[in-house]
Design a protein around this ligand. Structure first.
Ligand code: TYD
Ligand code: MG
Length: 452
């Protein structure tokens, strides 16, 4: 018998090596290489089974039956690009405890009239039933299967003929074709490719839940991203109630869409109007709190930015930011230092984006600067005003995209004034808004506006 062929795989990114290496040259993680047995014959068998395909003219391919399946969840449908495409393979990833199983169970329960198979390799029947009861929705067409072998799962799918399959989670799956343990790169890859084949040949859409762990033995879903049609990321701070669902890859839609949920004791609630929850309901005016009109994905939302500036207790001032890039904050502080002559070098600066969400929209810059200035001077900023502009290195207030959507959102939420870049309103009839649009071009003008 020939010696079993083994290869070392990086458990984080899936890179291969013939020998063990301490640090993965591909993703830079330490101590992630694991030895796995490769069965060469099986792969050759599979290659032989593939039917040769003939090329076809693109105009001859019929696509009219590509209707979308509604998931009975507006946020999820939106992120998928208007519903689920039959035969697609969707991977939903996220940290443990973020609510992936809850979301998929909830969706499966809500899809009345559709036959759904929920495969779990993580929880027992009883635990799943408990979760379903907690969610308080009943669905007579939901089948539960606690199984980890892909072959048995495929067998059951053939028997039940479901309209949708959910697999929780891909790291628990196991196939006979590979010898290594569940969760290893070659197992995860092989199992996914078998489910992919099922989805493509039968048209049954498959949802895969995947874990994201930095260390440990579970394979990072990075390996899978190439194999699936859509990758959804479920994120949020576990200590906050809000969860954000975004697509990082979507063959059937845009990746700029975003779904927002609130985790409640009876499951995830869709949040139709995010701004209302991201603004704290406060009456009194506090210094260091400023509202930014941002756009996440395609949705405008107003977010509270909080800053705390205090004298540095130790030699080196501390800079820390939650939900915002620290390097960008340091850049903005340097702009303030240089252009407005603020001595922030001896101050600790803390920044926090309310609601536990992360903002990458550059339009939040001006709000960050105003929050820092307000906290530094201990003078509150009028809570009737919000801000939407980027700040450049020379202290200029720069234009941002989709300014009209931002202004309209601020107007809808009852703000009286919005501060924007003077370069942004050239083609805009600011008179038509009931909200007062205030254009500025330099950071110094904003300072005068804030503190007189
Ligand atoms: P879960 O879906 O198990 O997370 P994942 O599958 O991503 O690991 O959900 C985990 C958390 O959600 C858990 O801490 C409890 C909380 N939760 C609620 O707050 N309300 C609910 O209705 C449910 C089912 C869970
Ligand atoms: Mg789970």
């Amino acid at each position: 018998m020939p010696k079993a062929k083994t290869v070392f795989f990086c458990q984080n990114c899936g890179a291969q090596s013939v020998k063990w290496i301490g640090r993965c040259p591909s993703c830079g993680e330490w101590n992630t290489y694991m030895e796995e047995v490769i069965q060469q014959e099986r792969r050759d068998d599979r290659a032989r089974n593939v039917k040769p395909q003939e090329p076809r003219l693109i105009s001859d391919i019929d696509w009219s039956d590509q209707h979308r399946i509604s998931m009975v969840d507006r946020e999820l449908d939106r992120v998928l690009g208007g519903g689920l495409v039959p035969g697609s393979l969707v991977l939903i990833g996220g940290e443990p405890g973020i609510g992936k199983s809850t979301l998929m169970m909830q969706v499966a329960l809500r899809m009345e009239g559709k036959r759904i198979l929920y495969v779990s390799g993580e929880e027992s029947d009883q635990q799943l039933r408990m979760r379903a009861d907690r969610l308080g929705i009943r669905n007579r067409d939901l089948y539960i299967l606690t199984e980890t072998s892909v072959q048995s799962i495929l067998h059951q799918i053939g028997k039940i003929k479901p309209d949708l399959v959910v697999v929780d989670s891909v790291q628990t799956l196991q196939t006979d074709a590979v010898d290594s343990s569940p969760g290893s790169v070659s197992q995860v890859r092989e199992c996914t490719s078998e489910l992919q084949k099922l989805a493509k040949t039968s048209g049954i859409p498959v949802f895969l839940i995947g874990h994201i762990t930095k260390e440990g033995y579970l394979a990072g879903p990075k390996v899978l991203e190439h194999m699936v049609d859509t990758v959804l990321q479920f994120e949020g701070d576990r200590h906050h109630m809000y969860r954000i669902l975004r697509a990082t890859k979507n063959r059937f839609g845009s990746v700029s869409e975003l779904g927002i949920y609130e985790m409640q004791s009876s499951g995830l609630r869709e949040v139709a109007n995010p701004s209302e929850i991201l603004l704290s309901q406060r009456d009194e005016q506090l210094s260091g709190v400023v509202i930014a009109a941002t756009i996440e994905g395609l949705r405008p939302m107003l977010i509270e930015t909080q800053a705390l500036v205090s004298s540095a207790a130790y030699g080196t001032p501390q800079r820390s930011a939650t939900g915002f890039d620290v390097r960008r904050m340091n850049m903005l502080l340097a702009v303030l230092e240089k252009r407005c002559g603020f001595r922030l070098g001896m101050k600790d600066v803390f920044l926090n984006i309310a609601g536990g969400i992360r903002v990458d929209d550059p339009a939040i810059d001006l709000a960050v600067i105003c929050a820092v200035l307000s906290s530094n001077a201990d003078i509150p900023v009028d809570k009737n005003v919000c801000f939407a502009a980027e700040v450049g290195l020379s202290g200029e207030i720069r234009a941002v995209n989709r300014i009209e959507a931002r202004i309209l959102e601020a107007e809808k939420l009852g703000f009286g004034k919005i501060v924007v870049s003077g370069y942004n309103i050239r083609n805009l009839h600011i008179k038509k808004f009931s909200i007062q649009v205030i254009p500025f071009r330099r950071i110094e003008e904003v300072y005068t506006f804030l503190f007189g």
